[in-house]
Structure formats: structure tokens, C-alpha cells
Design a binder for this molecule. Structure first.
Ligand SMILES: [Zn+2]
Length: 203
């Protein structure tokens, strides 16, 4: 029915967003229906995770989810960082769009794989966010849809708005505590059900 790109760990200190992808890959290994062609990237920011103290940014101190080459990057990304975040290190978008190897790889991978839908997992805001063409999932497990708005250089902005490829952002409740097994299962079941519905509309 479609190609799905599933991404965890764009932020290296969001441990649950990485672990849950391994749980979901276990489910996929057991119950792969053949309906979807999955590409799974469980850890998009290995240098951020695998250092003495894990951090949100990559090794260069860049917030990868602000480094995607969205159309508004040149005009807004650095200005947003200075004026809206007060030069918060954790939100530094880099000095030019797609300057970081992790982002450059993802941009290239999105271009070659041509996913129908991208699912990106974060923590800890306990919600589902969505960028791109309708219809967003109203809920996945206990997480409800709540649109956070659009940031210059985010994956949702770049892929959802510029490329018209829907991006589902799953924000788990805690970065350091995994959801329990039943919630892990329910989020997965709801996600797969939503993917079936959404992709069947496109024929
Ligand atoms: Zn995050």
C-alpha cells in the first residue's frame, strides 16, 4: 500500500524514542503483513546518544530537527534561533541548511526512497503532531493530536510542507521512561490502522 519511513532518535537524549523503535521492529518481525514497505532508522543521531552525556544535538552541537533545508530556512532559521530561543544551544539550527551529515543523509534518503508517509518519534510532549496534507491521526494509543506549529528547518516543515509528504511526529510521554508494553502495542496498532485508512484513500 505504500512506503513508510520510520525514524527515531533525531534528538540523542530522547532515549525512549530510540528504544521503542526496536520494540516496534520486533512486532514487525513477527507480524509483517506485507502491506507496507518499511524503512526504519532507529537512531538518526548516534553521536548525540553515544557520548558520555547524551545530548539533543549532534556532535557539532546542531539541533538536527532545525537543520532540514525547508524553504524558509535562509530567511528564518537563524533569526528564529536568536530571537525566539535566545540563542539556546539546544535549538541551534546550524550555519547553513543541511550542513549536518545526518540531515544530508536523510534528505538524500527521502529523495531516493520516496516515502508516502514519514513517522518521526520524539519525547516528552505526550502528543501526536502532524505536518502535511490531510488527514492527521486523531490519536495513537493515549497520545492525542495537538499541532505544535511549524519551525524553520524541522523535518515536518521540510518534508510535510515543502515536499508534501505527510510527517507524523509521535511525542512519547517521557524521554527516560518507556511506555508500558500495552501502550507500545496500542500505539503501533493505531498507527498501522491509520496508515491503512490514509493510504487506501490515495488508491
Ligand atoms: Zn525531539
Amino acid at each position: 500500500m505504500g512506503r513508510i519511513l520510520l525514524i527515531g532518535g533525531i534528538h540523542g537524549d530522547e532515549y525512549s524514542s530510540i528504544s521503542i523503535l526496536f520494540k516496534w521492529m520486533d512486532i514487525l518481525n513477527e507480524h509483517h503483513s506485507g502491506l507496507f514497505h518499511w524503512h526504519v532508522l532507529p537512531l538518526a543521531n548516534p553521536d548525540g546518544l553515544l557520548r558520555e552525556t547524551s545530548q539533543r544535538q549532534n556532535e557539532n552541537g546542531v539541533d538536527l530537527n532545525r537543520n532540514f533545508p525547508s524553504a524558509d530556512w535562509d530567511e528564518l532559521a537563524l533569526e528564529y534561533w536568536v530571537e525566539r530561543t535566545g540563542r539556546n544551544d539546544r535549538r541551534f539550527p546550524g550555519t547553513w541548511p543541511a550542513s549536518e551529515p545526518e540531515v544530508a543523509w536523510l534528505v538524500q534518503h527521502i529523495a531516493s526512497f520516496q516515502p508516502d508517509i514519514i513517522v518521526s518519534v520524539h519525547a516528552p510532549y505526550h502528543l501526536v503532531d502532524y505536518d502535511g496534507p490531510p488527514e492527521a491521526p486523531e490519536k495513537l494509543g493515549d497520545l492525542y493530536l495537538s499541532k505544535l506549529g511549524v519551525y524553520p528547518g524541522s523535518l515536518g516543515n521540510y518534508a510535510g510542507i515543502d515536499l508534501n509528504t505527510p510527517v507524523v511526529t509521535i511525542e512519547l510521554p517521557y524521554a527516560g521512561i518507556m511506555p508500558d508494553n500495552s501502550h507500545i502495542d496500542r500505539m503501533w496498532t493505531d498507527l498501522v490502522a491509520w496508515l491503512r485508512t490514509e493510504l487506501s484513500k490515495r488508491g
